[in-house]
Design a binder for this molecule. Sequence first.
Ligand code: NAP
Length: 290
Amino acid sequence: MTTSTTTLPGGTWTMGDLTVTRVGYGAMQLAGPHVFGPPTDHDAALAVLHEVRDLGINHIDTSDFYGPHVTNRLIKEALHPYADDLVLVTKVGARRDAEGGWPHARAPHELRQAVLDNLENLGVDVLDVVNLRPGAVEGPEPGSLAEPFGALVEMQQEGLIRHLGLSTVNAEQIAEAQQMAPIVCVQNLYNVARREDDDLVDSLAAQGIAYVPYFPLGGFTPLQSSALSAVAARLDASPMAVALAWLLQRSPNILLIPGTSSVAHLRENVAGAGLTLSAEEVAELDAIGR
Ligand SMILES: NC(=O)c1ccc[n+]([C@@H]2O[C@H](COP(=O)([O-])OP(=O)(O)OC[C@H]3O[C@@H](n4cnc5c(N)ncnc54)[C@H](OP(=O)(O)O)[C@@H]3O)[C@@H](O)[C@H]2O)c1
């Protein structure tokens, strides 16, 4: 059964045959400090995932390299057997080293192992959406994706993956991948203060492809802007709420995956995303990242 209505802010978006709430959840923060090792409070992490479900959010962003393995196993422990309409989006293309670094893992055999690890640790036979993440957290690294994306296309044809997406990529890399197979989403760094992808957001919207910004709240460095704080103060809201509402209003193809390890923050973020910003407020916020 596919949910097509929601009371969550922003309604839903359809990726291929999957309908997701535009307010989703990014699970990276559930692992331990620096996204390495187990959470400091296992039960608290499970409680966040239960709240995600209870709020009606049906889009969770994850990866087997969070922890590694930790986040996926928490998702499985908290939510398996999964609701029919839950969409788990994962990513491959990196691994963790012994120091907690994030080296590339883009060779076909590494990508296959990553897909198999995701299947096992999430406890599913088919992955809903797999993003190839060839770049770094700071952004894309130019170069052909033909070999790694081709490896994922093969696994899609084998029935291990339902839909493909891309993360940390530029427009040329997206166009190259689209010559090989359809993609349903792009996940890049973007927020009210980081607007390098403005044109990309619009061109993907025109193609009906989701744009899923990571670091919607600034990531490891919370967003700081006097204009953001001023609008937030006027609306009696937090800067985070305004930042999420701005993204939701920015374009219908934007899906939110704010990350948090706290039930209270999760609730705040869902409520905050529903703020209505006036045209004047949007113009003030637009000026931050330009
Ligand atoms: N493709 C990629 O390369 C890539 C890279 C990074 C992230 N991601 C994905 O994107 C998702 C979102 O990114 P992110 O989690 O790194 O960054 P984010 O959503 O921009 O910010 C998360 C940070 O904000 C804090 N926070 C969240 N809500 C808050 C609130 N209401 N009040 C105060 N603090 C709040 C969190 O701390 P608390 O835990 O204390 O709430 C956490 O430190 C990740 O979960 C992951 O799934 C993808």
